[in-house]
Design a protein around this ligand. Structure first.
Ligand code: AKB
Length: 331
């Protein structure tokens, strides 16, 4: 008998750790974490098993197919935008070939289980490219012409996921996708992303460390905090299929500039040491992304609504969580 599981690739990543905590809290007790390295001790207590390996290892994926009955698959493993621009071939291998490998595994599982695998794919606002002066809230079907390797990877995988989910009847994959904005967590700092500047600034300032912001102080793009990001995944994955008019949805919460974010931070931490050292390549990437996005389809189809606006994110969540995490008291 193959054990029924919820498989999470990229389990050690920021979204992976946040999602495992939420699913565990919701009573999901069959989580299998799949990543290149072992899960940390906190995660170990919330998972039933772990797979240490590479999503590019076809033998490993075949052994997973033989051992488990996958009911839900959250494919979070990816190289983010800055790292993908530095290592484009590696990015294509991980972000595209890796995703195709997991979709192929899901197809095999759908046939084996005679039941579609619910497949979550995290896409990104990087699939858009737009003139930064255009302050319109971009909808899902607009400006799908990415100017980064990461954005190209994500857009292609969205299309392949939709294609695989409609190729067979009855369908073998129930593909569901969210285009995430930048995400801010009090427990982890992103690596290799281009939206990293706000989480990096937050963690540096709260620890009274200097921070050099790599984009201009008036740069604007959509963000949200991790609790809203993982709650959105849970909400979408548990929505009735017949309520979903689309495979792919935008979500967002707020879109502060670094200057606005820092001014809010200063309400909690008085002596800050933040300067600007612009990285032209990263600035160009963020400048190609929309300043704001329209997430009304997610609201209409599956009731998405951020719990935290910018002010509440600080007041109710980030500052208390950071104080506890770093065992400090902001002045
Ligand atoms: C990145 O910066 O690469 C990601 C994203 C915006 O998708 N955080």
């Amino acid at each position: 008998m193959r054990k029924k599981i919820t498989l999470i690739t990229g389990a050690n990543g920021e979204i992976g750790q946040g999602l495992i905590k939420l699913l565990y809290k919701k009573g999901i007790n069959n989580i299998v974490a799949f990543d290149l390295l072992p899960s940390n001790n906190e995660m170990q207590n919330m998972i039933t098993d772990q797979i240490i390996g590479d999503i590019l290892d076809s033998n490993l994926l075949e052994s997973i197919n033989e051992k488990y009955e996958i009911t839900e698959l959250y494919h979070l493993a990816a190289l983010l935008s800055t790292k993908s621009e530095l290592y484009p071939e590696k990015a294509h291998e991980v972000n595209v070939t890796g995703t195709i490998n997991l979709l192929t595994l899901a197809l095999k599982q759908g046939k084996l289980n005679n039941c579609p695998v619910k497949f979550f794919f995290p896409s990104s606002i990087a699939v858009y490219s737009i003139d930064k002066n255009n302050l319109n809230k971009i909808t899902e079907e607009e400006n799908n012409n990415p100017k980064t390797m990461y954005g190209c990877n994500k857009l292609y995988c969205e299309n392949i996921g939709s294609y695989y989910s409609k190729k067979y009847s009855p369908y073998l994959i129930d593909f569901r996708c969210i285009r995430f904005p930048g995400i801010i967590s009090p427990y982890t700092i992103p690596t290799g992303g281009t939206s990293d500047y706000l989480p990096e600034m937050l963690h540096s300032v709260i620890k009274n460390k200097p921070y050099k912001c790599f984009v201009k102080k008036n740069t604007r793009m959509p963000f949200m905090i991790m609790p809203d990001a993982v709650s959105a995944i849970y909400l979408l994955m548990n929505a009735q299929k017949n309520k979903l008019c689309y495979d792919i949805y935008n979500i967002t919460s707020f879109n502060p500039s670094p200057e606005e974010f820092l001014n809010l931070l200063k309400e909690y931490v008085h002596d800050v040491n933040v300067s600007y050292q612009i990285n032209d390549e990263r600035q160009k990437m963020v400048d190609s992304w929309p300043s704001d996005i329209n997430d009304s389809k997610a609201f209409e189809d599956w009731g998405w609504k951020p719990k935290y606006n910018l002010k509440d994110s600080f007041e109710i969540y980030l500052i208390p969580a950071l104080e506890k995490f770093y065992n400090i008291k902001v002045n």
